[in-house]
Design a binder for this molecule. Structure first.
Ligand SMILES: [Zn+2]
Length: 77
């Protein structure tokens, strides 16, 4: 079973659909039982949807860094 840190490290690959099937399954199992990671995934997905829905908006390269930084900040609190 993955822990929260591992899930958050794989989150970008999960959203990219580039995870190996077994890792993806472990990650989904964790998300099913961990509210914290579920919330993080929801907000990351929401952010991606906003970006994808606005073609004229250029995605700042730092965006995923900022998402991951806020994830880490939440995790330590
Ligand atoms: Zn978790």
């Amino acid at each position: 079973m993955l822990n929260c840190g591992q899930v958050l490290r794989e989150l970008e690959s999960y959203l990219d659909d580039s995870l190996a099937a077994d890792v993806r399954k472990d990650l989904q199992a964790h998300l099913g039982g961990c509210h914290h990671c579920e919330v993080v995934l929801d907000s990351a997905r929401h952010t991606l949807r906003i970006v994808a829905g606005c073609k004229t908006f250029e995605l700042p390269e730092s965006l995923s860094d900022r998402i991951m930084a806020s994830v880490r900040a939440q995790k330590t609190s």
